[in-house]
Design a protein around this ligand. Structure first.
Ligand code: GLY
Length: 312
């Protein structure tokens, strides 16, 4: 899909995570997030990304910020990252607790320090120093789902909940890529996956694994983070686009490679420096919203490779 003729106001593409519902209420929040980001895109692409992700972190429907999945010990530990393809600056927080907006902490790290990743207690300490107050990220639904899952495990049964959401309904890691007519940037935020090992860090803050941006493209991934880290999938997308492929071809090729190397499922979203968007997935759902030149593209559909690349 080419928007280069109407590039003046740029592109924002947002995904709501692997397996996330495409029901109206989810799509409306994604649309609201994308439109809010677009308002800021001509001013500051990093601020635009932050605005998009803050909307999603505030909603309990997505696996990020408030409403994130709980780890094995019943604690929310979140990862968030932001990268500017123009300055090559990257910053991320990993396994951070008790902050409402991990993406804002990552942005503060990007803009106010020369550090690249802060994790755990150090990330929380930095957040407090920057004025981010203590916030509860555990929703009642997630607490209850975690209790049920632990009970199932204690009985020797597999928990019935969705791995990404911890719940019977679906929602997962969120990500956003932008092109403002001059440069590319990307951001992601996540609670990881349900019942993960405490301290575990996924692909969201893994540069080249689950996120990347350069002068060529911006890309974000969703799925089981370990598979993206070990295959450097986001960097692979960048290389394929640098080699002359369009984003749609590149994300399909990356997903096929991920499947071949890891038998994994995933969702990948990318935009290039001509404003072309590519999105593909091989799981239940992968809701994507695109705003081009200030207009919401109705019914944007990522390519569904589920039949071709089934992992079950
Ligand atoms: N993609 C989210 C995670 O594995 O942490």
């Amino acid at each position: 899909m080419l928007y280069a003729q109407t590039m003046a106001m740029g592109i924002i593409a947002v995904h709501g995570g692997l397996d996330t519902s495409r029901e109206k209420q989810y799509m409306e929040i994604l649309q609201e997030a994308a439109l809010q980001g677009h308002e800021l895109l001509s001013k500051n692409r990093i601020q635009a990304l932050e605005a998009v992700l803050r909307v999603l972190e505030e909603s309990s429907k997505f696996n990020c910020g408030y409403g994130s999945v709980l780890n094995f010990d019943g604690v929310v530990e979140m990862d968030a990252a932001i990268i500017d393809g123009v300055s090559n600056r990257f910053a991320a927080v990993a396994a951070i607790q008790d902050v409402e907006h991990p993406i804002s902490v990552a942005r503060a790290l990007l803009e106010k320090t020369s550090n690249v990743i802060l994790a755990g207690a150090g990330a929380v300490k930095f957040a407090r120093k920057q004025g981010f107050p203590t916030a509860n990220c555990v929703s009642k639904e997630q607490r209850e789902a975690w209790r049920q899952a632990r009970e199932s495990l204690a009985r020797g049964e597999k928990p019935a909940q969705n791995l990404y959401t911890g719940l019977a309904y679906y929602a997962d890691t969120v990500g956003c890529v932008v092109w403002d007519g001059e440069g590319l940037a990307a951001a992601s935020s996540t609670g990881g996956y349900s019942l993960k090992t405490p301290g575990r860090v996924g692909d969201t803050p893994s540069l080249g694994g689950g996120i990347f941006a350069s002068k060529t493209c911006a890309v974000v991934c969703t799925g089981i983070g370990e598979t993206f880290i070990e295959t450097l999938t986001a960097k692979y997308v960048d290389e394929v686009i640098a080699g002359g492929s369009e984003p749609q071809q590149a994300v399909k090729s990356a997903l096929k490679r991920l499947h071949k190397l890891k038998k994994a499922e995933g969702g990948i979203l990318a935009v290039n420096a001509r404003g072309m968007v590519g999105a593909a997935f091989n799981a239940g759902r992968f809701p994507v919203v695109v705003v081009a030149d200030g207009k919401l593209l109705d019914h944007y559909q990522p390519v569904n490779l589920t039949q071709e690349l089934s992992v079950h």
